[in-house]
Design a protein around this ligand. Structure first.
Ligand code: PHE
Length: 349
C-alpha cells in the first residue's frame, strides 16, 4: 500500500466536502468534478489499491460522488448563489428598432391615397422596354427617351416586349394596371416601387423610389387631378400647403404639368419672415418642384386596351426621397444619407 492510503483520502474528501460552505456551486463543480479536480485525482488511485480492498474503495468513491452532487444541488438552491434582485433599480429598456425612414414615408404616402380609394400595387422594377417606354407613347429611338438615364440589362430581347431595363420611373405600372384590370375602368392605382437612373449627387441616387398615381374613368378631368394634389399636399405636409401645376411636356400625358408644393418655411411667399426682404433660404421662390403629372395620353389608354373616346384619366409620379426631405423639420441636404447605412443618422427617425 502507498503512503497515502486511497481509501483514507476518499474519506478525508467526504469530510472536506461537508465543510464547503463559502463557495459558489460552479466553483465547487470545478474544484471537485473538473478535469483535474479532486474526484478525478482520487479515482485515479484505484491502481494503487490492493485487490481485496478494491470493492471498499469503489463504494467509498460512489459515496463521495453522491455527496458532491448533493452539495452542488444544495448550493445551487441556496440564497448565496441566487442573483439578488434590487426592485428599486430602474428597468432595462429593450432596444427597439424601427422601419427605415423611406419605408415610413412610403407607408404614409400609401395610406393617404388609400384613404380616398386608391389601390396600392407594385409592379416589376426590372421591366421590358415596352412598359417603360413604348406603351407610354415613346416609340423606339424616340429622343424623349434620353431624358431617362436608363440602365439596360444585358439579356436577349423579347421579340414583342423588347429589351429589359431597370425601371426609370413607376409609369411602367400604368399599362400593366390597365392590363391587370382587363381594360375595365374605374382604375385608381398607387404604384410604389424602386426606380433607377444613371445619376448620383447630393439630390440624386442611382436607386430611388417613386410613387405613381393613375386614375381612369368616365369624365375624369384636370380639376380631379388638381384636387388630388391639393389633398395630398395638405395631408402630407400639413394644413395650408398648396399645390401648383405648370405646363410641361411628357410623351405619355397631354396636357402635361410639373407639380410644385408651397414652401412650409416661408408659407409660399419666397421671403424670409424677418422683414429683411431677403429670399427664403429653403426655397428661394415660395415653391418646391416635386414631379410630373398630366392627363393620360390617348395612345397610352389605347395601349392598355381602353377606348379614349369613352374614358379619360390623369397620372402623376415622383420621388419618395425628395418628397420626404421637404417635410417640416427635416433638414436633409444630401439624400445619399438615406442609403449610407449610418445608424446615427437613421436612428433619428
Ligand atoms: N414618369 C415621370 C417621371 O419620372 C413623371 C410622370 C408621371 C409624368 C405620370 C406624368 C405622369 O419624370
Amino acid at each position: 500500500m502507498s503512503q497515502q492510503d486511497p481509501i483514507k483520502q476518499c474519506q478525508d474528501l467526504l469530510k472536506q466536502i461537508e465543510q464547503e460552505t463559502n463557495i459558489k456551486a460552479e466553483d465547487l463543480r470545478i474544484k471537485y468534478l473538473g478535469k483535474s479536480g479532486l474526484f478525478k485525482n482520487v479515482s485515479a488511485m484505484i491502481k494503487d489499491v490492493p485487490n481485496d480492498q478494491k470493492k471498499l474503495f469503489g463504494q467509498t468513491l460512489n459515496q463521495l460522488k453522491n455527496k458532491i452532487e448533493e452539495k452542488l444541488v444544495s448550493l445551487e438552491n441556496s440564497k448565496q448563489d441566487q442573483e439578488k434582485i434590487d426592485l428599486t433599480l430602474p428597468g432595462k429598456k429593450d432596444k427597439v428598432g424601427h422601419l427605415h425612414p423611406i419605408s415610413q414615408a412610403i407607408e404614409e404616402i400609401s395610406q393617404i391615397f388609400e384613404k380616398i380609394g386608391f389601390n396600392r400595387v407594385r409592379y416589376p422594377e426590372v421591366d421590358f422596354d415596352y412598359y417603360v417606354f413604348e406603351a407610354l407613347n415613346m416609340p423606339k429611338n424616340h429622343p424623349a427617351r434620353d431624358e431617362w438615364e436608363t440602365f439596360f440589362v444585358d439579356t436577349k430581347p423579347d421579340y414583342k416586349l423588347g429589351k429589359m431595363v431597370l425601371t426609370t420611373h413607376t409609369s411602367n405600372g400604368q399599362v400593366r394596371e390597365m392590363e391587370r384590370l382587363k381594360s375595365k375602368p374605374p382604375i385608381r392605382m398607387i404604384n410604389v416601387a424602386r426606380t433607377y437612373r444613371r445619376q448620383s449627387d447630393a439630390t440624386h441616387t442611382q436607386m430611388f423610389h417613386q410613387f405613381e398615381g393613375l386614375v381612369v374613368d368616365k369624365g375624369i378631368n384636370i380639376q380631379n387631378l388638381k384636387g388630388t394634389l391639393d389633398y395630398f399636399a395638405e395631408s402630407f405636409y400639413g394644413p395650408g400647403t398648396k399645390s401648383r401645376i405648370r405646363p410641361f411636356h411628357f410623351k405619355f400625358t397631354e396636357p402635361s404639368f410639373e407639380v410644385d408644393f408651397s414652401c412650409h418655411i416661408c408659407g409660399g411667399t419666397g421671403k424670409r419672415d424677418d422683414q429683411s426682404g431677403e429670399n427664403c433660404r429653403f426655397c428661394k421662390s415660395g415653391w418646391h418642384e416635386v414631379g410630373g403629372a398630366g392627363m393620360v395620353h390617348p395612345n397610352v389608354l389605347k395601349a392598355g386596351g381602353i377606348d379614349p373616346d369613352v374614358y379619360t384619366g390623369f397620372a402623376f409620379g415622383w420621388g419618395v426621397e425628395r418628397t420626404y426631405t421637404l417635410k417640416k423639420g427635416l433638414n436633409i441636404d444630401d439624400i445619399r444619407l438615406f442609403y449610407s447605412g449610418n445608424l446615427e443618422f437613421l436612428e433619428q427617425f
